[in-house]
Ligand binder design. Structure first.
Ligand code: ASP
Length: 339
């Protein structure tokens, strides 16, 4: 009787363990936060976003399931989103004030905190691959502009003519921003002219992409890729390629942010999630939502995705929406867009 009882308890424990294991998240992605309202999106557009997010999740998931590490999963998911003009990264990136596409990306490997980033690049087809090459094949963490492009070419990464990144809808967004600037200049004739071209035009939504992953060996990684903000100028770099601001991973948590970059830089947002967990011993959800609340208090907006070593996730944002998705160890997918 006694033996039977412990057998049953043992079996139950096994079942619970399996069920918990199955519901552990292994990959979370975002496609930007912002003014994303159901009434402004057609069912076709929504379906396209859902399909793109699903494809990116499956690409990262299959990397993990075939024994690759979380860095591979992050890269695979982000490359697909960089190639998709729906997102503000790679093809479909927003335009600078001068009418160029200048791209930023970073990737970080939690176990050793190795990191790589590129900023202000215009001819690298997949900036996240260049960031990874910086991480693995250079002794530096961040390369910018022409130097980053020369490095990527020397590593044999695929280049692209700057015109490859152009999409008509992003070009029109720049035209609206420029028009708004010139209207401001006309209106501000009384000498109290605010810096109309700066902060950069907040193009209704931030379309940056990011991914955080947990592989079968328990290693975390994070990555983020973006065209930045429409109408940015003077070589402005956002939070995405700055380790600790828009991207961060250690042994305990991986984080990728999207939003008004200046506020995420000033808040060392991604690292603050990790720090609150490490030093304040806060659970992931609380640490992540604290960071977004504080960004709101400073006047900024956006969101983040975070995944901890136990497979818990958090996806807080203070905008009306954030394109986001997650996949569990057993392959169950969740995609959400609105609040
Ligand atoms: N955080 C990005 C930046 O400021 C923008 C975004 O999230 O879309 O460059």
């Amino acid at each position: 009787m006694k033996v039977q009882y412990s057998l049953i308890v043992g079996l139950l424990l096994l079942l619970v363990h399996a069920a918990v294991g199955q519901s552990r998240y292994v990959l979370v992605i975002h496609g930007g936060a912002g003014t994303i309202l159901k009434e402004n999106i057609t069912p076709q557009q929504e379906a396209a976003f859902r399909a793109a997010l699903t494809d990116a999740l499956l690409a990262g998931y299959s990397a993990i399931k075939t024994g690759k590490n979380s860095l591979d999963a992050v890269e695979a998911a982000i490359v697909l989103m960089e190639d998709n003009p729906l997102f503000n990264a790679g093809k479909g990136a927003v335009f600078t004030h001068e009418g160029k596409n200048e791209l930023d990306a970073a990737i970080m490997w939690g176990p050793t905190r190795d990191a790589g980033a590129v900023a202000g690049v215009t001819t690298i087809r997949n900036p996240i691959r260049a960031a990874r090459a910086v991480l693995e094949r250079s002794e530096h963490v961040m390369l910018t502009g022409k130097g980053a492009e020369a490095f990527a070419a020397s590593m044999g990464l695929q280049t692209a003519d700057p015109s490859y990144f152009r999409t008509e809808s992003r070009w029109q967004a720049l035209q609206r921003a420029l028009e708004r600037d010139s209207l401001n200049s006309v209106l501000d004739h009384d000498g109290h002219k605010q810096s109309s071209a700066y902060p950069p035009y907040r193009d209704e939504k931030y379309g940056t992409v990011g991914a955080v992953a947990l592989d079968e060996a328990g290693n975390l990684a994070a990555g983020t890729s973006t065209g930045g903000m429409t109408n940015k100028r003077f070589g402005r770099i956002g939070d995405a390629p700055i380790i600790g601001a828009g991207t961060y991973a250690n042994e305990q948590v991986a984080v990728s942010c999207t939003g008004w970059g200046e506020f995420f830089i000033r808040s060392t947002a991604a690292y603050d999630v990790a720090a609150q967990m490490k030093y304040g011993r806060l659970p992931l959800a609380e640490a992540a939502s604290n960071v977004i609340r504080k960004i709101g208090e400073l006047g900024g907006d956006g969101g983040l995705i975070a995944l901890d070593k136990d497979g818990n996730i958090a996806m807080p944002f203070n905008t009306s929406g954030m394109y986001r998705g997650a996949i569990t160890e057993s392959g169950e997918i969740t995609i959400e867009i609105y609040r």
